[in-house]
Structure formats: C-alpha cells, structure tokens
Design a protein around this ligand. Structure first.
Ligand code: ADP
Length: 422
C-alpha cells in the first residue's frame, strides 16, 4: 500500500464516483470503496475514494464516520486528503459540510482549507462567492426544491459560515484568473488573516487546474470533483506517480439491463419522461408503500415478463408538488427512507432476474442500492456523461453500475448509458 497517494472521503456514493472518475481521467488508478474498508485493497492503485452516506445523516454521525474514514486512509499511507461534497453544496444550515471539514482539519492539524464545489463541465460555476447552476443562481435553480437539502442561498461564504465557527473568506475571480502564484499568495494571506476556509471562485476547468496546483501542499482539500482535476499532476510533478493510460479499463460484464430511479431532480425527471416515451416503466408511490401496498413485488412481477425483451425502468421520481405532498403526509426522512428501501429491494430482485447492467439515478438512492447489492468496492471506468462513469461493483458475481447523481446526464442518459455498458 505504500504507493497510495490520495485519500478521499465522499459524502455520498454518486459524488464518490464522480470524483473517482475525475482522478481516473487524470491517470490515477482509483478504487471507490463503499464505507470504510474492512480488508486489504488491491495494491495497484494510486487513490482511494471512501464513499460514505453522510450528506443527510445527523451531524454527529457524519463527523464520526468521516473521522473513521480519515483514520483508515492515514493508516494506509495516503499523503493528501480530499473531502468531496456536492457541486451544488447540498447541506442544511447545521451541516454537514462545515462540521465534517472542521473535524477533518482538526484531526490533520490543518488551519486553512480550500472549499470549491465548482464543476463547470456540468454548469456549476462560482463567481464572487455565488454558485450558479447554468445561468441561474443556486437559490433559483431546481435545488431550491430538493427533497432533503433545499438550497435557498447562493452565497457560499454565507452558507458555509453558518456551518462553522471558523472564519470563511473568499478568493474571488480577479485573483483566480491570475493563476497559481496569485492563488497561493491569496491562500497564505487569508490564513494570516485568521480565515479557516476560503470559498474559491471558478468558472472554467483551467481555473480549477490552477486551484488544484496551488493547493499541492495542502494536506486537506475540499470541494466538488472539479477541484480535484489538478491533483494528479501534482503527484506527477513531485515524481510520485507515472502515467497510467489504461486507468479506466473495465472487465466485460454479461447480463440484462435495467434502470432504477429515486431522484426527483429536474434532470432526472426529464430523463424519466424521455424513457417513458418508448420504453416500459413502472412507478412506485410512497403513499401506497406507506399503506403497506407491496409495490416491490408488483414491480418485480411486472419486470419479470418484460426484461428479456429489453431494459425496464422502475422509479419513484416525481414532480416537486407530489414529493412535497408525500413528505407532508409521511415526514421528509421517512418518505426518503421508504422509497430508498423499496428501490433497493427492487434492485436486488432485478439482480436475481439476471440484471448485471444497472443504471441508478439519485445519490442517496445509489448509496442504498449499492449497499443492498452487497457491493463493497467499485472499479471506475470511462465516463458516460460528465460526472457519471460506468463502474463495476466487485463481488463474486460482478455487476456493472452507472450511479447518476440527480442533476447529471443528458435527457437520453438512461438509453445512452445502457448502450455503452461494459
Ligand atoms: P438526487 O441525487 O436527485 O438528490 P437522491 O436519491 O439523493 O436524489 O435523493 C432523493 C430523495 O428523495 C431520496 O431519499 C428518495 O428516496 C426520495 N424520494 C424519491 N421519490 C420520492 C417521492 N415520490 N416522494 C418523496 N420522496 C421521494
């Protein structure tokens, strides 16, 4: 394990996959593990991403799980650490981004940390500390209606400041566009002024590479996958890593295809509508599930007849009004858990029917499905769309998984993913 260079902690599964694929593209051989590993990992890897499900759990649990992950990564010899959260900074006023970053920084003895969720390739940019989704401020985007982490303020300095006692500063566009040296200087200045964090503007990948470069000596970096773009080159520059051109090669997987969706994000809803136009689909309803209706068995019975003719979609995705209605009736968490556990049972049922190429939409949903399938580690392959690679879930009988975070992917993503499965 002596060659492990970068140790990453992701606050959800699809976020972990997104980060891992960025590192793979940068030539780092990367393994994503589901939760803190309980055994040795293959030794031909440069980076490990420990994917937690800590975005929406209680702050105490998120902190303690993240510290456990850090402990494992340190013991494995990692030299630098990365805390990955969502490119839309998904969190509530009490956390969990601030408290987890605080705990990791303290454990590592770090006093200044970069915070940059920008992901321009997916239209998340930061300007003057404000996060944009396309041409909309975060607070005016679909994220304002997220079932678990509604984002109603686009000013990330203010959002992060609510979650930490440390002072949050800003490295704005005017500095960022000057490049690596100006960034390094700005980081040192802010630290000298007593800032514990800097939100860093970024509107394109070139700026993210520069931010990553300027953070080469930072023990802890936090952000979206974008800011990790520059990290592989840091290790190469330091002579610690060679070129690995085949970092994204996956083994061939034989089996049926299916899609499971528990994301209610705008992009996913459009993808579900697109699929339903000419492909079979089955909708789960949280209110029926809560009334003890066995929709899981119904969906699986329905799929059993169809799946050999082509892939099917089973989904709970719904428009904001119906999500809010279900949440009012059942409670936000209870509705989420009910749907996650139903979709996990559906995924396991589909696996038993011979599905080995499974597309899952939704970060939390993906976490639940991966756990239910008993997958402990994922080999990361080539990208289907920005932020979403095919992966192979390592288990006795491996399964190919495309784990899509809510707002990612083109409108025909489900079809495209299955057409390009390993
Ligand atoms: P995203 O990546 O879009 O944020 P997630 O899977 O992370 O998607 O989160 C969506 C949450 O909404 C999950 O907890 C899911 O179980 C829940 N959910 C899905 N469908 C519904 C619905 N119809 N009503 C209420 N909650 C739902």
């Amino acid at each position: 394990m002596s060659q492990l260079l970068l140790g990453c902690i992701a606050d959800d599964f699809t976020g972990g996959t997104d980060l891992a694929s960025t590192l793979v593209r940068g030539g780092m051989r990367t393994l994503q593990v589901v939760g803190v590993p309980d055994g040795p990992l293959p030794d031909d890897i440069d980076a490990v991403v420990i994917a937690l499900k800590s975005r929406t759990v209680s702050c105490e649990v998120a902190v303690s799980e993240s510290l456990k992950a850090l402990h494992w990564l340190r013991a494995a010899g990692c030299q630098q650490f990365f805390f990955k959260y969502c490119s839309t900074f998904d969190s509530t006023p009490s956390g969990n981004i601030g408290p987890v970053a605080d705990a990791l920084a303290e454990a590592l003895g770090v006093t200044f940390v970069v915070a940059c969720p920008a992901f321009p390739e997916n239209k998340r940019t930061i300007f003057q500390g404000h996060l944009f989704v396309g041409d909309l401020l975060l607070s005016e985007s679909g994220m304002r209606n997220h079932p678990l982490t509604p984002m109603t303020d686009a000013n990330l300095v203010r959002v992060l400041q609510q979650q930490t006692h440390k002072l949050v500063g800003l490295v704005a566009h005017g500095i960022v566009r000057q490049g690596v040296d100006a960034l390094s200087l700005a980081f040192r200045d802010l630290e000298a002024q007593g800032c514990g964090y800097a939100i860093v503007d970024a509107i394109d990948d070139e700026q993210l590479y520069a931010i990553g470069h300027a953070a080469a000596s930072h023990k802890l970096v936090t952000g979206g996958s974008g800011v990790a773009l520059g990290l592989p080159d840091n290790f190469r520059r330091a002579g610690l890593m060679g070129e690995h051109d085949a970092a994204s090669t996956l083994p061939y997987i034989d089996g049926l295809g299916a899609v499971v969706s528990g994301s209610c994000s705008l992009a996913t809803n459009a993808q579900v509508d697109c699929w339903r136009k000419n492909r079979p689909s089955f909708a789960l309803d949280p209110l029926l599930l809560a009334n003890g209706h066995d929709q899981v068995s119904e969906a699986l019975e329905w799929a059993r007849d169809l799946i050999h003719a082509g892939p099917v979609l089973i989904y709970a995705s719904a428009e904001p009004e119906s999500v809010k209605y279900a949440q009012r009736k059942l409670g936000i968490e209870a509705a989420g858990e009910l749907v996650e556990s139903a979709l996990s049972a559906v995924a396991v049922g589909l696996y038993h029917m011979g599905v080995r190429k499974l597309v899952v939409a939704g970060g939390e949903t993906s976490g639940a499905v991966v756990k239910a399938l008993g997958v402990r580690a994922l080999r990361i392959g080539a990208l289907i769309d920005p932020g979403v690679p095919w992966t192979v879930g390592l288990r006795n009988d491996p399964v190919a998984l495309a784990l899509k975070s809510g707002n990612f992917g083109s409108v025909d993503f489900f079809e495209k993913a299955l057409a390009n499965a390993p």
